[in-house]
Design a protein around this ligand. Sequence first.
Ligand code: PHE
Length: 453
Amino acid sequence: MQDRERWSTRTAFIFAAIGSAAGLGNAWRFPYMAAQNGGGAFLIPYFIALITAGIPLIITEFAIGHKFQAGAPIAFSRIKKGWESLGWLTITASFVIITYYSVIMAWVTDYLWYSLKAAWANAPKDFFFGKVLQISSGPGELGGFSIPVIIGLILAWGAIYWCIRNGVRSVGKVVKWTVPLPVIMLGILVIRALTLPGAIDGVNFYLNPDFSKLLEPKVWASAYGQVFFTLSLATGVMIAYASYLPKKSDITNNAFITVFANCGISFLAGFAVFGTMGYMAFTKGALVSEVAGNGGIGLAFWTYPEAISLLPFGSVIFSLVFFIMLFTLGIDSAFSLIESIVAGLVDKWGWNKKKVVRLTCLVGFIISLIYATKGGLYWLDIVDKYINNFGMVAIGLFEVIAIGWLYKSSKLRSYFNPISEIKLGRWYDVMIAVITPIVLGGILIWNIVQEII
Ligand code: PHE
């Protein structure tokens, strides 16, 4: 048996965990979610979701990985015989996510190139759907491939493979760059945005709370979905990463640092995006809600580029900064998903890790080609919705049941408390065994009912 790989330093681990958490989910998904779900009022369910699910779960996943020294499947089989399949579910979720996450990375890669000449000219929306995605009329019609997306995919997968090829050693080196760099770039974009005329209207739109939204269950479901996605939970990623920690490692403090850094990045991204939207509304004499309303995937690929082209100077520079930021934010989230899959397979079967990395990337690339078809966007939308609303919440629910009831949260707590700087009280046990399962169960049932009616 070979010795398990180890992070070279504590910082390498923290950076890798933040790198996985902070991704495309922070820079376009979070601002858009906030805007759609009550602006500043969204922050309330978001924080409640962090406290009742996000934070307890990330601590739990770190502790599981560290204690059982394995990727998710073997780790869960060590918690309770017969629960290995829960680990495989997390690996499946990772695989499903990476196949479409890599596609968004492919678009970002394409836009690095398009930024150089502001290729979207005066019609960024038509450019995105027509020239880049070459979209067909519905999901039933796959209608051949979009060459720009395929090229983007080859480059994105090449980059993912390159970063992860030597396991945690190469990851440790990459995240030294891919964590600070996007944060600096985000800082530049925030300053630029907030010094533009009209920015304040955008920020108002972002932060002005619409409390009536708090009565809508959909807003709460979105907040929980966002928290799972943004903290890379329920995918085995945090379990795998923590399994490479040395024996003497802090669990709770590392978890809190990861959460604060990740959520800080999301919060800042909101200022960059909405400040710029405010400026666009100002130049067009429109309302911020009119220019930002179409959000989602479009926010990064056509609304934001359009706003950037309106800048008095430096459009090329700022759109490059934006897409380099997205690329560096997303790449370490992308390869963390591969690491989770590879750790699961290697720990179970003892295969050669380098070969498994190569094979996983190859299979992932081939499957991601589905989304490079002209009907790909429809599929991406559907898969993203189901994996977030059902997959991750359900897996999270099983995880807390496994720890809270079968293994006992107090037992896990007495494992991580002595090695951690911040000691958790009994609230952790109550959270994992009672509150988190009730909340996640409720969200899941609500999502299922919504689907049926
Ligand atoms: N957390 C990443 C983001 O916000 C996405 C991700 C989800 C990465 C699940 C790994 C596991 O973009």
